[in-house]
Design a binder for this molecule. Structure first.
Ligand SMILES: NC(=O)c1ccc[n+]([C@@H]2O[C@H](COP(=O)([O-])OP(=O)(O)OC[C@H]3O[C@@H](n4cnc5c(N)ncnc54)[C@H](OP(=O)(O)O)[C@@H]3O)[C@@H](O)[C@H]2O)c1
Length: 349
């Protein structure tokens, strides 16, 4: 793209305006525009095609220490995404290459050569999966599910695996890998439609609709985990974690991936009441942060791309169009309106 064409482009962005208390509102965001800048020598200019909307974004909006610094007030909101190289001064990237990177919630991103590693910039191969699958099973949520289950959970054929948030991005990957590895898989999800999809389309053995009644999870676990629970992959926390803890087996592994039921709390996080079950059952509970596995993503991507190709793995993405919808679209994660991996389409390829 010639230099004058680049500088005539305008970059629409969504920035964090203030820190939310409870659920974020539109007032916590500001929409800004900026001229697009040409890449410096060794750099590239990227056009955002689609962004990954993640529950973790809620945590990044908070002040305080975590596994990654918070987004600063006034900064473009952090977001992973996929896009296309539209100008390049780097021999490793050609115009037209598809890439994934930490785009941020904006239409364009100029990356200097020195920042390429930090921004997670890498080419993606659309023969392995579609653009949106690169945000789902082949992207960060898929890597979370893969390494959380395989490295921390260490599943063995015949074991019973329970996964909460089963119809979501991480959950759908976890359950399908566990089935491929020969486990019995029981999902927990909100609503009949999600539960039906998880069983009929993804091949889970059962799915418990936690919204169907106050004792649905307790009763469901009793009915579907007759031999107890060997692995619990938890995306939700709160009462669901407590209910599963009450049914774990000796040497069970509980993977703490997330606790979405607690992210918008205005009171203290609800910790597990039934934690003594870990003692009685000589079980362990372990947290996972996906970025720790970055050196091995390529191995998991190759394996999962194989499953996508041979039909053993399916993926579902929930695509919402328009960067301006970001504030409301993000909320779908917290009210369960998203059905599959939540993706914000910023531009058409
Ligand atoms: N540790 C890591 O490195 C890492 C990386 C990625 C993601 N995560 C975590 O993994 C979890 C899932 O992320 P995802 O990207 O796959 O999101 P997702 O499952 O695609 O979407 C979020 C889902 O959470 C469920 N949910 C929301 N509020 C809930 C509540 N109060 N109680 C029970 N369920 C609730 C909703 O499903 P229902 O309709 O079924 O309620 C919603 O669709 C999150 O906790 C996230 O923070 C962790």
């Amino acid at each position: 793209m010639p230099a004058n064409a680049v500088t005539s482009l305008t970059n629409h962005q969504i920035r964090l305006a203030s820190r939310p208390v409870g659920l974020p509102t539109r007032a916590n965001w500001s929409a800004t525009t900026e001229p697009v800048t040409e890449p410096s020598e060794g750099g590239v200019l990227l056009k955002t095609l689609a962004l990954s909307l993640d529950p973790a974004m809620r945590g990044w909006m908070n002040e305080g220490k975590s596994y990654i610094p918070p987004v600063g007030i006034g900064e473009v909101m952090r977001a992973g995404g996929v896009g296309k190289v539209i100008a390049s001064k780097n021999p490793k990237f050609a115009v037209g290459d598809y890439v994934s990177a930490g785009f941020g919630v904006q239409e364009y991103l100029t990356v200097a050569e020195a920042d390429m590693k930090r921004s997670g910039l890498g080419k993606i191969d659309l023969r392995a999966g579609s653009l949106t699958q690169w945000l789902n099973v082949l992207g960060m949520p898929g890597m979370t599910g893969y390494f959380g289950l395989m490295d921390v959970g260490q599943p063995k054929a015949g074991e019973t695996v329970v996964v909460s948030g089963a119809a979501g991005a991480v959950g759908q990957t976890v359950g399908q890998i566990a089935k491929i590895k020969g486990c019995r898989v029981v999902g927990i999800a909100g609503g009949a439609a999600k539960c039906e999809w998880v069983v009929k389309e993804l091949g889970f053995d059962a799915c418990i609709d936690y919204k169907s009644g106050p004792s649905a999870v307790k009763e469901g676990l009793k009915a579907h985990c007759l031999k107890g629970v060997d692995i619990f992959f938890d995306n939700v926390g709160g009462e669901i974690l407590d209910s599963v803890l009450a049914r774990i087996n000796r040497s069970a592994r509980i993977i703490i991936c997330g606790a979405i039921s607690q992210y918008n709390n205005t009171t203290a996080v609800q910790g597990p009441k039934n934690y003594l079950s870990l003692l009685v059952n000589r079980a362990r509970m372990e947290g996972i942060v996906v970025f720790d596995y970055a050196d091995r993503y390529h191995l998991a991507v190759a394996e999962m791309a194989g499953y996508l190709k041979d039909g053993r793995m399916k993926s579902k993405e929930d695509i919402v169009v328009g960067i301006d919808t970001f504030p409301e679209t993000l909320l779908k994660l917290f009210n369960g309106e998203n059905f599959g991996k939540l993706v914000l389409q910023v531009a058409v390829d």
